[in-house]
Design a protein around this ligand. Structure first.
Ligand code: FAD
Length: 357
C-alpha cells in the first residue's frame, strides 16, 4: 500500500495520545494517531463498570478543555469516556481506529510502522500506548493447576458473575481495595496482599496527592528534601469507606502456592476458592518497540525527559513518572505532551521532506 510519509505518528489515543495530538494540531507538522480500540476512551473503555476517578473533574482534565462536572464528586468511567470522545471531536484530532501497531523499526531516514491497517512511514514516532494492554500477574507456584476462574482486574467488569462464590482477591493497591469492596457485597471474599495495605486519610483524594507530588517534584528540582504521602497508598473512595464500615477490609499475607482447588497459605493450610482475581498491576505496553532495540531488561525504554536515549526519533508519553512527572494522569500528561511536541518541532525545522515509499 502506498501512503504519504508523515512527520509524526502517535501510537495510542488514550488521554496521553490525545494530549500529544492536540499539541501537534497547533503546529504545521503532518501527523496521525493510530489506536487499537474500536472507539474513543483508551483504557477507560476496559475499566470496570463502577470505576470512578480519584479527583473531581476540575482536577482531572487535559489541556485546553475542562471536563464537565466542576469541583465536587468523582467522574465515572462513562463520564471520562464521554469527555475524551468530546476532546477528540472538539480539536478534530485525526484518530484512525481500530489500528494496532505491531512493530516499529528504523529504515535509514525513516521510521516504518507495521500495523493492522498496513504500513506507515514517519519521521518521528510518539508512543502513548499506556499499560492496560500489559496486565501483570506474578509467578506463583501451581498457578497453571487451578481449575477455578482466574482473571486480572484489567478484565473484570462487574461483581454479578461472582455471586455466591468464594473469591480470593490479590493485591494491596487501589484496584484490590475497590474490588474487595464491591465483590464482597455478593461473594465471600478473602484479600491477599504482599504487605499490609496502607490507607490514606479519608480526606485525601487524587487532588491532594497531585498537589503533594507537585511539591515533591519542585523540591527535587531545587535539591531540597520533602516528605509526601506515597502515591501508591489506597484512596478511601466512598465504596472503600463503606466496605471498611462493613468490616471486610482485612488483608492476609500473600499465599505461597496455588493448587487445583484453591491456595496454600504461609502456614501450609490449603483453602478452596472458586475464583482468583489478580489486582497486581500493569507493565508498560511497549512490545511494538522491540525491533528498534530500545527495550531494556525491565521492559522499559531508557529516556531523557520523554525522548528515547537509544533512538532519538522516538518519544514516550504517559506510562508514569519515569517518562514525565505525573504523566499517567489526566491532569499531569499535558506537560509531557507539550515538552515532547516542542522537541519534535525543534528537530524538524532543519530537515528535508521524507521520500514516500
Ligand atoms: P491508555 O488509556 O491505556 O491509552 C492507550 C491507548 O493505546 C489505548 O487505546 C490502547 O488500546 C492503545 N494501544 C496500546 N497498544 C497499542 C498498539 N500497539 N497499537 C495501537 N494502539 C495501541 N488516572 C487519572 O488521571 N485519574 C484517576 O483518578 C485515575 N484513577 C484510576 C483508578 C484505577 C483503579 C486505575 C486502575 C487507574 C486509574 N487512573 C487514573 C489511571 C488511568 O486509567 C491510566 O493511567 C490512563 O488511562 C493512562 O492513559 P494513557 O493514554 O497513557 O494510556
Amino acid at each position: 500500500m502506498r501512503r504519504e510519509a508523515l512527520d509524526v505518528v502517535v501510537i495510542g489515543a488514550g488521554q496521553a495520545g490525545l494530549a500529544v495530538a492536540r499539541e501537534l494540531r497547533r503546529t504545521s507538522l503532518s501527523f496521525t494517531v493510530l489506536d487499537a480500540q474500536e472507539g474513543p476512551g483508551g483504557a477507560w473503555r476496559q475499566a470496570w463498570d463502577s470505576l470512578r476517578l480519584f479527583s473531581p473533574a476540575r482536577w482531572s482534565s487535559l489541556p485546553g478543555f475542562l471536563m464537565p462536572g466542576g469541583e465536587t464528586g468523582a467522574p465515572s468511567r462513562d463520564e471520562v469516556i464521554a469527555y475524551l470522545t468530546e476532546y477528540e471531536r472538539r480539536y478534530a484530532l485525526p484518530v484512525e481506529r481500530p489500528v494496532r501497531v505491531h512493530a516499529v523499526w528504523a529504515d535509514g531516514e525513516a521510521l516504518r510502522l507495521e500495523t493492522s491497517a498496513g504500513p506507515y512511514t514517519a519521521r518521528f514516532v510518539v508512543s502513548a500506548t499506556g499499560s492496560w494492554d500489559a496486565p501483570f500477574i506474578p509467578e506463583v507456584p501451581g498457578r497453571e493447576l487451578f481449575q477455578g476462574r482466574q482473571l486480572h482486574s484489567a478484565h473484570y467488569h462487574t461483581p454479578v458473575e461472582f455471586a455466591g462464590q468464594r473469591v480470593v482477591i490479590v493485591g494491596g493497591g487501589n484496584s484490590g481495595a475497590q474490588l474487595v469492596a464491591e465483590v464482597s457485597r455478593v461473594a465471600t471474599v478473602t484479600w491477599a496482599t504482599l504487605t499490609p495495605p496502607r490507607f490514606l486519610p479519608d480526606d485525601v483524594d487524587g487532588r491532594v496527592l497531585f498537589d503533594a507530588a507537585t511539591q515533591r517534584y519542585r523540591a527535587q528540582q531545587a535539591g531540597v528534601p520533602f516528605e509526601a504521602p506515597s502515591l501508591g497508598d489506597i484512596v478511601v473512595v466512598p465504596s472503600v469507606r463503606e466496605a471498611r464500615e462493613r468490616g471486610v477490609l482485612h488483608a492476609q499475607s500473600m499465599f505461597v502456592a496455588i493448587t487445583e482447588r484453591g491456595v496454600v497459605w504461609q502456614g501450609g493450610q490449603e483453602e478452596a476458592f472458586d475464583a482468583v482475581i489478580w489486582c497486581t498491576g500493569f507493565r508498560p505496553a511497549l512490545r511494538h518497540l522491540a525491533p528498534l532495540g530500545v527495550l531494556e531488561e525491565d521492559g522499559r525504554v531508557q529516556v531523557k525527559g520523554s525522548r528515547a536515549v537509544k533512538e532519538s526519533r522516538l518519544w514516550l508519553v504517559g506510562y508514569g513518572n519515569w517518562t514525565g512527572f505525573a504523566s499517567a494522569t489526566l491532569i499531569g500528561v499535558g506537560r509531557s505532551a507539550r515538552a515532547t511536541v516542542q522537541e519534535i518541532v525543534g528537530e524538524q525545522t532543519h530537515l528535508d521532506p521524507l521520500e514516500t515509499h
